[in-house]
Design a protein around this ligand. Structure first.
Ligand code: ADP
Ligand code: MG
Length: 287
């Protein structure tokens, strides 16, 4: 409860443009004034402009914005593949300079698994090569634990090409979680799934979160998905991505998606994304 209150205070102070209180908890991820660019032969493309946000332990923090606003670019920055031209990103107080097993990415594509390895081997391979486990036995135990969490125990010896898209994504999520990173990075992980499977996967992710309270930075361009999956939502403007607002969305799930409150929130977010000016000072902390 105290933690929730502290975070609410944080959101409120942020909305008012005031620095957070000195006793605020240390963020897992601190992104501060980050501008990310791509240099091609002819162009300099600014993907995000002076983006700031903080992710705290057990947040389900969503980056929401239209395609091309720099969400994947921000994840690449957090993962350590791209350096900011301005600002900095810190993981547990250390400036991010390289990729590391403390940040694991789950992608949208179904082909992120190694096709020549079984479900279990995909996970044990990551555990052994990522330095998480020294012995095969330990890796096997951890892999089976997470395979059970995503309800794929009957498929531990199956190769990826025999699995549906949803099952492949479950394996990728199990693999990411088995690494027990400080923060799980998810780049539109359900975007290529059919609507029913997508909904099921959102619920399963929330159930997994209830079990282990992992910290996740989740990217989506779907307002509905952001409201369902997220505990906090950072709204980004169209290209180049700038922060428009940060919202609390603890109270929404599939259970209340038919309510007027849910619909109103979605409309407000839509307006914020496409509004002309940056609306950070009008953040709605109590939605
Ligand atoms: P999103 O994930 O929000 O759809 P991206 O982060 O993929 O957006 O892209 C942000 C902007 O950066 C877009 O204008 C895109 O065209 C550009 N961009 C992305 N990747 C590259 C790249 N490798 N080289 C040049 N421009 C890129
Ligand atoms: Mg993207």
């Amino acid at each position: 409860m105290a933690e929730v209150m502290t975070r609410m205070v944080d959101v409120v102070t942020r909305a008012a443009g005031v620095a957070p209180a000195a006793h605020a908890p240390e963020p897992i991820l601190d992104v501060s004034g980050v501008t990310l660019q791509y240099k091609t032969k002819e162009h300099l493309i600014t993907a995000t402009y002076r983006v700031s946000f903080q992710v705290f332990r057990s947040d389900r923090f969503v980056l929401l914005g239209p395609s091309g606003c720099g969400k994947s670019t921000l994840l690449k920055g957090v993962a350590g593949y791209l350096k900011p031209v301005e600002g900095q990103m810190k993981l547990k107080g250390h400036v991010i300079s390289d990729p590391g097993p403390d940040r694991v990415m789950v992608f949208q594509e179904f082909d992120q698994l190694l096709p020549w390895k079984t479900v279990k081997q995909n996970i044990t391979f990551a555990l052994l090569n990522g330095g998480k486990c020294r012995s095969r036995r330990e890796a096997d135990d951890i892999a089976m634990d997470y395979i059970r969490k995503v309800k794929l125990e009957r498929f531990e010896d199956t190769y990826p090409h025999m699995l549906s898209g949803g099952m492949k994504q479950r394996v990728a999520i199990a693999r990411g979680m088995a690494m027990e990173p400080d923060i799980l990075l998810m780049d539109e992980p359900f975007a290529a799934l059919d609507a029913l499977t997508r909904r099921q996967m959102q619920d399963e992710l929330l159930q997994l979160w209830e079990d282990t309270k992992f910290t996740v930075l989740f990217v989506t361009h779907s307002i509905e998905e952001a409201v369902i999956v997220g505990s906090r939502i950072l709204i980004l403007s169209p290209h180049p991505g700038q922060v428009k607002a940060e919202l609390n969305a603890h109270n929404y799930s599939h259970a209340n998606m038919d309510t007027e409150g849910f619909a109103t929130l979605q409309r407000r977010i839509h307006t914020m994304i496409f509004a002309d000016r940056v609306l950070e000072d009008e953040t709605l902390p109590n939605v």
